[in-house]
Ligand binder design. Structure first.
Ligand SMILES: Cc1ncc(COP(=O)(O)O)c(C=O)c1O
Length: 383
């Protein structure tokens, strides 16, 4: 097999992902991709619960539209969230609600504030809706520094994410409250996509601040991105306004059934909670292991309140080397910003392999140098 290499400035041949991937495919060496790049849970819903729901799906009237007002579903979500049903707007995943919210408020505001870094979909939707945005830069540790919050000359749409993606860090409720007190004319969206994994929820502030909207999803902490369900909580007038921008029937009858089951069948909720707890324990253990590897100063890793960890590398060569080794095993991770790698917490075996590969990448980079034969990487790391 011919190995394509890139010549480094030192003259040392370097492996790159681009050089290795086609060779692995050609030679049938590429394993199944390991999905550690989009913050999914590694564990699915128990088969018995799926089966029960599937039987109920067969009883539904597929020839009818869903309930236009989602009355029963909204009442259940309101009871679950301890708010009035008029304070709930369900959506087809929180992405759809983000689009709906930004679409709605871009008509009455001309500026959004978003964190830097943050979930990239906000940039896309603001651009599409022609809503200018200013960025509130987080500290290197991913913390919020209130003294650097942009000066506002007019009310703005302020979008905050806690825990934040990609840093995994959280916005303390006291800081949020401080901002809410300072900007009563602005609209605040707090995206809590990862809040089931850690951090405070801003839900309890909704009654006090009519300009606050909290976004929830079943995609992360509940491990069901496939069913596409999220909901917004806020004051009645703001939710009323948001509803005017709803596309009819965004929630299909199958999704509605699954969410109703989740909210009424304790065994379903418990199964998801167990999955979540397992991931939280693994996250803390992987954080501990990576921190141990990080003592030599090659990279840092933030404590995370979400289901992923962000590694920040000091040396671009080492990051490229890690990237090559992971890619050679078809391990997909995120590279959300320069010099950073975002690792979704997978199952025990997956995490064991990834930590070993990162250690091996550091060892080979620092010690014996980068191996010149990619086959060695494959041979040394049986799946
Ligand atoms: C911060 C944040 N918000 C919202 C979403 C969208 O989630 P969904 O549309 O699946 O509810 C994501 C997805 O990764 C996210 O990271």
């Amino acid at each position: 097999m011919t190995i394509i290499t890139k010549q480094a400035a030192t003259g040392e041949p370097q492996l790159t992902y681009a050089s290795i991937e086609p060779l692995l495919w050609e030679n049938g060496l590429a394993p199944e991709p390991m999905r550690l790049h989009c913050n999914e849970l590694p564990f699915d819903i128990p088969q018995a619960i799926k089966q029960q729901i599937a039987e109920k799906m067969a009883q539904l009237a597929w020839n009818r539209y869903p309930d236009f007002y989602n009355t029963e579903l909204t009442a259940l979500l309101a009871a679950h969230s301890k708010v009035h049903p008029d304070q709930v707007v369900p959506g087809n995943g929180s992405s759809q609600l983000i689009q709906q919210l930004i679409g709605c408020f871009s008509k009455i505001m001309s500026l959004a504030i978003i964190e830097k870094p943050t979930f990239t979909f906000y940039h896309q939707v603001c651009d599409n809706e022609q809503l200018a945005y200013q960025e509130w830069e987080l500290t290197r540790e991913g913390k919020h520094d209130l003294s650097t919050f942009p000066q506002l000359a007019e009310p703005a749409l302020i979008i905050l994410t806690s825990p934040n993606n990609p840093t995994g860090t959280t916005l303390p409720l006291s800081d949020l409250q401080c901002l809410l007190d300072q900007h009563p004319e602005s609209i605040f969206i707090v995206d809590e996509a990862y809040a089931e994994f850690g951090g405070d929820t801003a839900q309890e502030l909704i009654e006090q601040y009519p300009n606050l909207i909290v976004l929830k999803t079943l995609s992360k902490g509940y491990g069901m991105p496939g069913i596409r369900f999220g909901y917004a909580l806020g004051s009645k007038p703001v939710m009323q306004l948001l509803k005017k921008h709803t596309v009819p029937f965004t929630i299909n009858i199958f999704t509605e059934l699954i969410v109703r089951e989740l909210l009424t069948n304790p065994a379903f909720g418990l199964a998801l909670q167990q999955n979540r707890e397992r991931v939280k324990n693994l996250r803390d253990f992987v954080h501990y292991l990576l921190n141990d590897l990080a003592v030599r100063g090659d990279f840092t890793v933030h404590a995370s309140a979400a289901n992923f960890l962000l590694l920040r590398f000091q040396d671009p060569g080492l990051l490229e080397h890690v990237r090559t080794m992971l890619a050679a095993r078809r391990i997909l991770v995120g590279y959300p910003m320069p010099m950073c790698l975002r690792l979704t917490i997978g199952d025990e075996a997956q995490m064991n392999l990834v930590v070993r590969l990162i250690k091996q990448a550091i060892d080979t980079r620092n010690g014996a140098g980068i191996p010149g034969d990619h086959k060695q990487i494959v041979r040394n790391n049986p799946r």
